[in-house]
Write a new protein. Structure first.
Length: 354
């Protein structure tokens, strides 16, 4: 157990160091054990790239949580214990692709276990919604992992905003810095991985990592709201903070259905790809998505400090903003010959797809 005076610093830098060392190790170990992403006509990268960064993120977070065991111990055990199942499922899929039905079934079972372990004293419909929230985010971050530093970078911003929300609520019976332990440790682990994943990426996190990011953030966002009560404004804040992965998931599914294809059919129609098609270079598109997530999330933090009518106005403003983005995207792609409904045009699988 580290001294209390250095805990906030240790929360971030210890997992950063562990993750950096492990990710560097997987650069060499990955290809030897079959954890490598091979380029082909269905991938966006052109060189053999090791996977395994997700394992480094998880191990770094787990070791740090054990060393800071008195801080949020119950939450850490819950997220890391159940998250291990998600990591192993993703690892098996990285080594030998699994059918989406099996993956979705296991993810749902783990989400149910996570919701049962949370003190959610509400109707069954709230608990069903919580399960869908976790499963949706698990796959949203998996689908978001389609460009260098995108999924991990968005997760870093989300974790920082969730930690800020906990700090802002610490005066209402919260626990200050201790309440942000997992968020800070998570950000540190992501930072160690991003050192090697920044464009041009030298390693990918694989499904083992991207699905864990979504699961971790899904459960921790629910945990944050449960401990302070299920207040609509605070649930809205979580939705604003996680707006980017939800928008990407919803828009991609809508496009696939509109084109007469299965929602599980992998392709290159994600938000990042659509921004590139509108003329942005890939690294710029990633940074634009960062800014979208940061702006939406900061707006969500304001919901705690405004009246119910003010919260409605903030919500309407953000809804109009995202709707405007969707309209701009639609008009841009409609004019540039986006695949027509029912065309059956096959997509290109990118890493991280379901």
């Amino acid at each position: 157990m580290l001294p209390a005076s250095i805990l906030p610093i240790g929360y971030f830098f210890l997992p950063l160091l562990i993750s950096w060392v492990l990710t560097a190790g997987f650069l060499r170990l990955g290809p030897r054990i079959g954890l490598v992403d091979e380029p082909n006509v269905r991938k966006v990268h052109t060189q053999r790239t090791p996977r395994g960064g997700g394992l480094a993120i998880y191990v770094a977070l787990a070791i740090s949580a054990l060393l800071f065991s008195s801080a949020r111990e119950g939450e850490a055990i819950r997220i890391l214990g159940l998250g291990l199942v998600i990591v192993l499922l993703g690892l098996f899929d990285d080594l030998h692709p699994l059918p989406w039905q099996l993956r979705l079934g296991v993810q749902t079972a783990v989400a149910v276990a996570a919701v049962i372990s949370l003190p959610i004293h509400a109707g069954w419909y709230i608990q069903v919604g919580a399960v869908l929230w976790i499963v949706g985010l698990t796959n949203a971050f998996n689908m978001l992992d389609n460009m260098d530093a995108l999924s991990a970078g968005v997760a870093w911003i989300v974790a920082g905003l969730l930690g800020a929300a906990r700090l802002l609520r610490s005066g209402e019976g919260g626990d200050g810095w201790e309440g942000t332990m997992l968020s800070l440790a998570f950000m540190g682990a992501l930072t160690g991985f991003l050192w090697f994943n920044w464009p041009p990426a030298r390693i990918f996190m694989g499904d083992a990592g991207s699905t864990f990011l979504g699961f971790f953030l899904g459960v921790s966002s629910l945990e944050m709201n449960v401990e302070h009560g299920l207040v609509p404004q605070r649930l809205g804040a979580a939705l604003c903070i996680l707006a980017v992965p939800w928008y990407d998931l919803a828009s991609v599914v809508a496009l696939r259905v509109w084109q007469g294809r299965s929602p599980f059919h992998a392709d290159k129609q994600h938000l990042s790809h659509r921004l590139v098609q509108l003329g942005l270079k890939s690294p710029i598109a990633v940074r634009v998505i960062y800014l979208l997530g940061l702006a939406s999330g900061v707006s969500g933090l304001l919901l705690d400090d405004v009246s119910p009518s003010g919260a409605i106005l903030v919500g309407v403003q953000l809804a109009c903003w995202w709707l405007a983005i969707a309209i701009i995207e639609y008009l841009g792609h409609y004019c540039s010959g986006w695949p027509a409904p029912g065309s059956g045009e096959s997509g290109i699988r990118t890493r991280g797809e379901v």
